[in-house]
Design a protein around this ligand. Structure first.
Ligand SMILES: Cc1cc2nc3c(=O)[nH]c(=O)nc-3n(C[C@H](O)[C@H](O)[C@H](O)COP(=O)(O)OP(=O)(O)OC[C@H]3O[C@@H](n4cnc5c(N)ncnc54)[C@H](O)[C@@H]3O)c2cc1C
Ligand code: SF4
Ligand code: SF4
Ligand code: SF4
Length: 403
């Protein structure tokens, strides 16, 4: 680890490496398989540009949302193919129609699999980036494009996690081009390092003897399912976090996040973007019908720029929204908009095992042992549960009580 910023703060945005005039910052895995910057001291000229531009070290202006809405796209196809209400897709469409450069994250199956940013230039590409990928995404894949946007005075609409939004904002502030930028951040409870997803996908691929062309994290009804697709785009694996998928459990119960996510600066009511998007709990608004509750986004309007864009989408009937009367009340159940994720109680066990084995599955399984058993039982079909002998049920209960 370099001395640019601490592990508690480093988001892996890679801006330091892009900015370094001597190109002497590389990214290397630490003992937990997590990427951090390392400076080649022989080449470094101590210019401090890396530290001075590190997004984690900036004094930011946080803004309380002016309005909060529950809403969704009026286009059923868009809504159904998105993670929550499909607002991100409507924003991409707006960007393409209004000559903005815009970017999103894809699952890239090359090199063992990773999540990377790409430039979105067509409706076809929108379809590739939508859908949340619950994994660290590499922002450095678009730095060059963003620099070209800056040089060409191009307007940019950027959608990403709050820490990535801060990195992009830093680039535009540095170039004195902030007026060209619209920033959309997502409510975010954390990311899992790409190494763990790589190992997980590789294990499943070997078990099923199939190459993996794509990975998705939510299914058509927006339920949490990790799904893998083969070269014919046929789904051959699909499990939710309550089944024994150790990757998804490591994500949802905060066992396997990057260290900085447990100290996130941006998990709070006040925001650093123009608009924030997240999942809305539909049952908290009686105006939303039962059938509409599944795929609803929460939309936080944080700046005038953000308000103008939301009003444009409402006026043009691209989205339908329900204004929330009490801002704090409407977001208090969304943990990611209130405080950082709390480490799983067995995180230490996970870390100790990973350092020795370099094996995500073994380490997570060890740390989650009793949890995995519990969920396996909970998800046993009733008929099968009846077949489990009393003595075994007793033993299992004993294990669970020890947690
Ligand atoms: C890692 C992660 C954690 C999240 N945690 C929460 C949470 O705790 N609570 C909550 O309410 N919402 C969370 N969200 C946001 C939520 O999943 C939806 O993205 C949000 O509700 C907007 O939905 P949508 O239908 O408008 O867009 P979507 O269909 O989700 O559009 C996806 C957008 O997210 C971008 N994206 C996808 N994966 C990544 C990634 N790994 N890194 C950066 N950008 C990415 C895409 O490029 C696209 O712009 C999280 C999202 C991610 C990626
Ligand atoms: S937060 Fe980003 S800029 Fe700062 S040290 Fe980490 S990778 Fe580099
Ligand atoms: S101090 Fe300057 S030369 Fe050294 S690593 Fe940082 S940016 Fe590069
Ligand atoms: S939890 Fe915070 S630090 Fe971690 S990925 Fe999300 S925004 Fe970035």
């Amino acid at each position: 680890m370099s001395d640019i910023c601490s592990k508690n703060d480093c988001t892996g945005c890679k801006l330091c490496s892009y900015i370094c005039p001597k190109k002497c910052i590389s990214f290397q895995k630490d003992e937990l398989g997590v990427l951090y910057p390392v400076i080649d001291k022989d080449k470094c000229i101590s210019c401090h540009l890396c530290e001075n531009n590190c997004p984690a070290k900036q004094d930011l202006e946080y803004k309380m949302p002016q309005n909060v809405y529950a809403g969704w796209s009026t286009d059923l196809e868009i809504r159904n193919s998105s993670t929550s209400g499909g607002i991100a897709q409507e924003l991409y469409k707006y960007a393409l129609e209004n000559n903005y450069s815009t970017y999103g994250v894809v699952y890239n199956n090359e090199g063992g699999g990773s999540c990377d940013y790409i430039k979105v230039e067509s409706i076809k590409q929108i379809k590739k980036v939508i859908g949340s990928k619950y994994c660290y995404a590499d922002l450095s894949t678009i730095f060059k494009c963003l620099e070209n946007d800056i040089l060409n005075d191009k307007k940019v609409l950027f959608i990403g996690l709050p820490c990535q939004v801060v990195a992009v904002k830093r680039m535009f502030i540095k170039a004195n081009k902030i007026d060209n930028l619209i920033l959309i951040d997502l409510a975010c409870h954390g990311v899992v390092p790409s190494e763990y997803l790589k190992q997980h996908v590789s294990n499943i691929s070997k078990k099923y003897n199939k190459d993996v062309s794509n990975v998705t994290f939510r299914d058509k009804n927006s339920s949490y399912y990790l799904s893998l697709y083969d070269n014919n785009f046929q789904k051959f694996y699909s499990k939710n976090p309550y089944q024994d998928d150790v990757y998804y459990r490591g994500f949802t119960n905060n066992l396997a996040l990057r260290e900085n996510c447990y100290h996130c600066h941006y998990a709070r009511n006040e925001r650093i973007s123009d608009i924030t998007l997240g999942d809305f709990n539909g049952s908290k608004d009686s105006r939303i019908s039962e059938s509409d509750r599944k795929q609803v986004s929460v939309i936080l309007e944080n700046t005038k720029k953000g308000a103008d864009l939301i009003n444009y989408l409402i006026f043009n009937k691209n989205i339908v929204v329900f204004k929330q009367n009490n801002i704090i009340e409407s977001i208090k159940y969304n943990k990611a908009l209130n405080s950082p994720a709390i480490k799983h109680k067995n995180r230490k066990i996970f870390e100790q095992n990973y350092i020795v084995t370099n094996n995500y599955k073994k380490s997570a399984t060890k740390a989650l042992k009793s949890e995995l058993i519990k969920y396996r039982i909970l998800f046993l079909p009733k008929k099968s549960l009846k077949l489990v002998p009393k003595s075994i049920k007793k033993k299992i209960k004993k294990i669970l009580n020890r947690r």
